[in-house]
Each structure stands twice: as C-alpha cells, then as structure tokens.
Ligand binder design. Structure first.
Ligand SMILES: [Zn+2]
Length: 480
C-alpha cells in the first residue's frame, strides 16, 4: 500500500542535513520512504492530511529504561546527605533482607506503559537498557505488540547494591555475577538480533563504569566486536561513581575507559556529565571531552533527569564543538523527547551563559540524526528516499503555538509530547489523532495506577529507613 502525507512542513534530508519543505509531501510504501519533496504525481492508496503540522523523521531516544514511573517519585528523596545528588541509587539499592520485596511482579505493566508513552511522544526508535533482563521472550513479544523499533539487551554488572539499616550504600562484588550476566547478554544478542521483522536490534549494556571490573568491560568490547553489535554504558553519571573510580584507579571514568581500550565509534556513553572541568567536580585536570571526541564515541544526553537533581551538562554546545556525536535520551519521567530537546537547549544556554547557545537546529539534529549515527543507521533519523518509513507528525495548529514562522524553533521552544498527532513505524500507523491504536489506554492506565500503589505500599519492606512512602517522600501538601 502506498501512502502520501501531504501539506505541512516536511523535514527532508538533503544529503548533509535536514531542510524544511513548506507544503511538502512524503510518500511511503510498506516500510520505506519512496519520495520526499514538493509534489508527488503517482497514484496512491491512502492520503494523510498534515496541513499546519510538522512532518518529521521519527525521533530516536538514545537512553531509555522501560518500567513504571512509580519509583521516580523517590528521585528527589531528601534523606540522603551522603549521596550528592547520585539519587537513583536511593531506590536502586534495597536493604539485603528486603531485596526480594523490591522485585515486584508484573513488571510488564510498567514496561508496556513506558513503551507506549515514549512512542506517543514521537519516538520511533529506542535504545532500551536492560528491559529483557527478567524475561527475554515475553519482552520481545511485548515490543512486537507495541510496534516500536528497539535496540535492547539485558544489562549486567559485577556488583549488587544494597543499603545497610543506617543508610550506607554498599557494593557487593561478585565476578561470577558479571561474567554470567555477559553470557546471558551475548545469548540474547545472538538470538534476538533482527527479531520483530528487523525492529529489534541487540546491544551490550554493561551497567556503569564503577559497577563493572575493567576485565568485564574488556570482555564486553571483544564480544560486541564478534557479534557486530554496539555498546552503551552509564559513564560519568554521578559524583559517587566519579569518586569511586578516582579512588580505585586514580583517573576519571572516561580516562579509565580510554585506558582499557573501550572507546570507539561503536560505543555510546549514557550521560557523560561529570567529566573533567565540570563545575561540580573541582577537578581541573585532563581533558575528558577530547578523549571522547578523539575516540569517536557518542554521548546519550538526558537533561531532565539531571535538571530534577539541580545539575546541568556543562554544556551541550561544548560537546558538539569538540566534535562529539550527541543523541537525546529520556531516562526519567515524563518520557517526552520534545521537552528533552528544549531542556538540552536551555541547559546549554545556562551553562554557556549565552542566549545563542542550545540552538533548536542542534538539539533537533541530535534527536534524529545523532541517534541514528550512534547506531550506525543510515536509514533512520531522516526523511529521504530509501529511509525507513518511521515518521512523526506534530500538530502545530494549536493556540499554544500561536503564529508559526519556523516549525523547528516552534517545536523546540513550545512543543510537548501531547502535540504529537501521528506516529508511523515501519510504515504502520501506531498513533493517530494522539491516540495509540493497538490498546485501550484507559485500561492500561488503571493497571499502571494499581502497580504504582503496590510499589509505594512495598516501601517499608525494602527501604533502609523502614518508613512508608509519605514519610520518605512527603507529598507537596498534606493529603487528607
Ligand atoms: Zn540509565
């Protein structure tokens, strides 16, 4: 079936970068784009009217964790004076005796919810870290049912994190655990690469620079090269990691990866915030930015998670100027890649103290071509003949946008995920008129709420304080 999207501002690809075609058209058949331009004279089976809309290549989310948003409420938990904003560890590390209680059943409810949530924000490809860890087959089935394109694999590391009853974070090292994890990840990568009609790609995801031994990281690179898959690792993610690596190896996380030969263009670094020169570090040595740039490795930037913690990358523009390929990720909730583009832009302006930094052109490119480059995909992140028919249509004809002169600036300065009208993956319309077509959203939301209640109720069983959620994370106002 041949489909024509007509009218609107079409973001076409001119061989070097994006350009906007006013009143443009995009024709596609099955999973491929046939034509992008001003007019398409051939007969078509279906027309999609996009007047007043932005017709964009589907966005690539380069850092995504599937699951319920329930534990996100704990991100700003105040009871962690020794964490220095390394806050995901507060809910990522239960007590030893409570560990089993924190592993909740029905994770698929949260996973399905987050996959649909991100799809509805216009993302057609995700790099999903760790999703298939618990149950690989059902996870792949879920991705197939949801319809999104997904690079994924189970995450693995050498340590288990726990809290003692006084709130100290403890690393339990176990070499066996790391190598078993890598084995499982390799098996997943072999078995599922190309599954779901090619929509599943596999990757290796060693956890973090401070949770994996250099040996495990070296084995990871070797295995990835043999498998022909890419690698992403959380790097320079928080101050605890930075100081742990500095104490153990007398170098920064980036320097350690460089020292062991880990970095090259097939590797991406999640976050990469706390690099030498970052204003929070008081570490005026070395040049991590140059190391990353020279290696050709990419950076997956998820600004909102850091903004919630009062941290900014210092700055997006500096990474681009150094020659680093940067993609945009979501990491936290809401998983709204359009807002993430805006946050990336605004953070960069604050960090640079410059209102001409954080250009909409650059963050939009990061959310499309940057992600595609990270995966070595010439057929994603762009609208051009032969590219995958992964297309996002955003409604700009809304009172919030007012008069639109430049649709990319309008999107980045004003848009949110709720402005996404249509999402097409592999030539299939999955979201139309802002509604996901394959499942009743209200029914799903009820399950998500019930799951959230279950997660919050379980807190005293595994949280180091033994307290309930209202004490650990008091609501904004007293609730009666
Ligand atoms: Zn992450």
């Amino acid at each position: 079936m041949k489909t024509l999207i007509q009218g609107g501002y079409v973001v076409g690809f001119n061989g070097k970068g994006h350009e906007v075609i006013r009143d443009g058209v995009v024709a596609f058949e099955q999973d491929r784009v046939l034509f992008v331009g001003k007019q398409y004279a051939q007969p078509v089976d279906k027309k999609i009217e996009a007047k007043g809309c932005l017709v964009s290549p589907g966005f690539v989310d380069t850092h995504f964790h599937s699951g319920s948003n329930a534990s996100d409420y704990l991100l700003n938990e105040p009871d962690k004076p020794d964490f220095f904003a390394s806050n995901y560890l507060a809910h990522g590390a239960p007590t030893r005796e409570g560990a089993k209680q924190a592993h909740l059943k029905d994770v698929d409810v949260g996973q399905r919810f987050s996959l649909i949530h991100i799809l509805k924000s216009g993302v057609t490809t995700i790099l999903e870290i760790g999703g298939p860890g618990a149950s690989p087959e059902p996870y792949v089935e879920m991705v197939d049912e949801v319809g999104i394109r997904c690079y994924t694999g189970p995450s693995y590391k050498n340590v288990n994190f726990f809290h003692d009853r006084e709130g100290r974070l403890e690393y339990d090292w176990d070499d066996e655990r790391g190598s078993e994890g890598l084995k499982k990840a390799i098996a997943f990568a072999k078995k599922f690469n190309g599954a779901c009609n090619g929509r599943i790609g596999t990757m290796l995801f060693p956890g973090h620079v401070d949770t994996c031994t250099p040996e495990l990281l070296k084995e990871t690179r070797k295995a990835a090269k043999e498998l022909g898959v890419r690698v992403q690792i959380h790097t320079a993610i928080n101050l605890i990691e930075f100081h742990a690596v500095m104490q153990r190896y007398r170098c920064t996380p980036v320097e350690l990866l460089h020292r062991i030969g880990f970095l090259d263009p097939e590797v991406s670094l999640s976050h990469c915030i706390f690099i030498s020169g970052h204003s929070w570090l008081a570490y005026p040595y070395g040049d991590d930015l140059k190391i990353v740039a020279d290696s050709g490795a990419s950076v997956a930037h998820s600004p909102l998670k850091y903004l919630k913690l009062g941290v900014t990358m210092g700055s997006f523009d500096r990474y681009l100027k150094a020659g680093i390929n940067v993609g945009i990720g979501t990491d936290t909730f809401p998983k709204d890649i359009i807002s993430e583009m805006r946050y990336a832009a605004l953070c960069s302006r604050v960090a640079e103290k410059s209102f001409i930094a954080g250009h909409p052109r650059d963050v939009f490119t990061a959310a499309t071509l940057g992600g595609a480059k990270m995966m070595g995909r010439e057929d994603l992140g762009k609208l051009q003949k032969g590219a995958k028919a992964d297309i996002t249509i955003v409604n700009l004809k809304d009172i919030a946008f007012g008069a639109v002169r430049d649709p990319i600036k309008a999107l980045v300065e004003t848009g949110t995920s709720r402005d996404v009208r249509t999402v097409i993956v592999d030539g299939e319309v999955l979201v139309d008129n802002g509604k996901y077509l394959r499942l009743d959203e209200q029914e799903l939301l009820e399950k998500v709420q019930a799951k959230g209640e279950e997660v919050w109720a379980s807190l005293p069983k595994w949280h180091w304080t033994g307290k309930g959620v209202d004490e650990v994370m008091p609501p904004a106002f007293r609730m009666t």
